[in-house]
Design a protein around this ligand. Structure first.
Ligand code: ZN
Length: 171
């Protein structure tokens, strides 16, 4: 079983860093393959739908995502387990969708965030293959949230109106 890593919270400086690219020849090395297993274990343990490397205090452009049936996001479409190195969004649809988002680094809160309905993503897979692919809906939303993380941004930075920001225990 891969180790579950501590998730750092908003205010921790690494979450405001622009993370470093991982060189192609480094991706297949044991250190990175072991790290992505730890990121996946950490995401699963926290019942999250995505995790960026700097959320476990590693300043590298690596993200993982997956949404099975998720209690934190009921009614959302399933997203397969995906791992990306150096992900970059190269195109955004004009159409936007506003929906609720939360973040494992800002536990307990949700806010309404507009996101592009579809995006084009360029990234490297764990076996070092370059992909360029279109994503839409909730899948595209998770990718936009995680790619923001490795650029030092939070969903709250994308909220046009903080009045929707709420704690889950608010009534
Ligand atoms: Zn987050």
């Amino acid at each position: 079983m891969a180790q579950v890593l501590p998730i750092v919270k908003i205010g921790t400086p690494v979450l405001r860093c622009r993370c470093a690219e991982v060189p192609l020849q480094e991706i297949k090395k044991g250190i990175h393959q072991a790290f992505i297993r730890e990121m996946i274990a950490t995401m699963h343990e926290a019942a999250g739908v995505g995790l960026a490397a700097n959320q476990v205090a590693v300043n590298k452009k690596i993200i993982v995502l997956e949404c099975k049936k998720n209690a934190r996001y009921p009614g959302k479409e399933a997203v397969p387990l995906e791992v990306y190195f150096n992900p970059e969004i190269t195109a955004y649809s004009k159409e936007q969708i506003t929906d609720w988002e939360g973040c494992l680094s800002i536990p307990g809160y949700r806010g309404l965030v507009p996101r592009a309905a579809s995006i084009q993503l360029e990234a490297l897979t764990p076996d070092g293959k370059k992909i360029e692919k279109k994503f839409e809906g909730f899948h595209a939303r998770i990718l936009q949230h995680e790619v923001d993380h490795i650029q030092g941004l939070f969903y709250v930075d994308r909220m046009p109106d903080l009045k929707s920001w709420r704690h889950l225990e608010a009534s």
